[in-house]
Design a protein around this ligand. Sequence first.
Ligand SMILES: C[S@@+](CC[C@H](N)C(=O)[O-])C[C@H]1O[C@@H](n2cnc3c(N)ncnc32)[C@H](O)[C@@H]1O
Length: 212
Amino acid sequence: MSDTPTCPTSPAAERNKHAILAALQDLLPTSGRLLEIAAGTGQHAVFCAAGLPGWQWQPSDPDPAALLAIAAWAAAHPSPGLLHALQINVLVEPWPARLGHAGANWDALYCANMLHIAPWACCAALMCGAAGLLTEQGQLILYGPYRVQGEPTSPGNQAFDVDLQARNPAWGLRWLHDIVEQAAGVGLHLSERRAMPANNQILVFRRRAGAA
Ligand SMILES: C[S@@+](CC[C@H](N)C(=O)[O-])C[C@H]1O[C@@H](n2cnc3c(N)ncnc32)[C@H](O)[C@@H]1O
């Protein structure tokens, strides 16, 4: 973005932030508290916090460089609901204690573009964290490219998968049914799946009735 020359910028995040915000505005109630996992540069955090004025938006990432980037974006685009980023690696337990000091009290967890670029164990860890932190009506919202049984994978996503695995054999596009299985193990179920631009999807997980 030309008005934030010192902020590390992901071109993909600039492209997809409008569609993501529109989906979040549709999915979420007017107010609440959201924890973002794997916030990266912080572009989604600043844009969505501004577009969801009733929400407190808590970004996080494990990478110190990402935490600096999020701080730079937040300084350039302050929003009253945008909180100082936390360092969270989903594989490192416990997650920061203050997240859970009042019990399961987060209305939403949001995680974009992490599962394919992190070891598969991160999926179970994310699901476990979400199950521990979400309110009864809370939502875990995932965004990214996913493979779906019975649906063709786009040539672009197939090439992306090959590239990811060449960069790190532990990375790669994830199958929807595998993610759903991990969620089921902690009492979450897939309540909605939305097609998004550029062959991405939004997946919404909620608690199964009686599974809190
Ligand atoms: C491709 S970036 C996505 C950033 C942003 N969500 C977006 O969509 O533009 C992947 C992010 O996942 C984060 N990540 C990787 N492993 C992680 C882990 N174990 N726990 C939490 N975040 C992780 C990285 O630090 C990085 O910021």
